[in-house]
Design a binder for this molecule. Structure first.
Ligand code: NI
Length: 189
């Protein structure tokens, strides 16, 4: 999920504190068909997964976005990251969700959302106001979390990506057509 989005096309590398090099990954844009795949559960928590999560974090922050799901970089796995601490002097609040499931979705709220896979698009979308989620972290440790506000919205937005669902699916047919047309125009350059 996004704040005003920028294209992330170039690949840069840097070294994390844990010693492996990180890389920016290319973010897929609508209407890339890979965004429509049902992502698969993660069952191995190894160095490859740690590297993937580190790359996702670097790619999300570079965009910049407040959330990124693995399918958005062409990896069909049930993983997403969220960091809704957007203030410059706020400490980061990076959370990794692997194989997440909703335990509860309560209430209704409308909020303007963007998506790194839909550069330049911002649309009002209705979501649950509060959610409870169970997931694994990047080390495979199970946790449960109750969230509201922007965090709850970001979690729902990113979870949609694991189901192959996109923000346009929440819009009226008219809005959906307008967004589709804008994205096709953008893709055509
Ligand atoms: Ni998104």
């Amino acid at each position: 999920m996004l704040l005003p989005a920028a294209d992330v096309k170039k690949v840069e590398t840097s070294t994390s504190s844990r010693g492996y090099s990180m890389a920016l990954r290319t973010i897929l844009h609508y209407p890339d068909k890979r965004l429509r795949e049902l992502a698969q559960p993660v069952n191995r928590f190894d160095g490859d997964l740690a590297k993937l999560v580190a790359d996702m974090a670097e790619t999300m922050y570079a965009a910049p976005g407040v959330g990124l799901a693995a399918p958005q970089i062409g990896v069909s796995m049930r993983i997403f990251l969220v960091d809704v601490a957007t203030g410059e002097d706020q400490p980061s609040d990076l959370r990794t969700f692997v194989n997440p499931v909703f335990l509860e979705r309560v209430g209704e709220v409308r909020c303007e959302e963007g998506c790194l896979s839909f550069p330049g698009v911002h649309e009002e979308i209705t979501r649950a106001e509060r959610v409870a989620v169970r997931a694994l972290d990047a080390e495979g440790q199970r946790f449960e979390l109750e969230a509201e506000g922007l965090l709850a919205i970001a979690i729902q937005h990113e979870h949609d990506h694991l189901e192959g669902k996109l923000m346009v699916d929440h819009l009226s047919l008219l809005r959906r057509r307008l967004v589709h047309r804008a994205m096709m125009k953008r893709a055509a350059g």
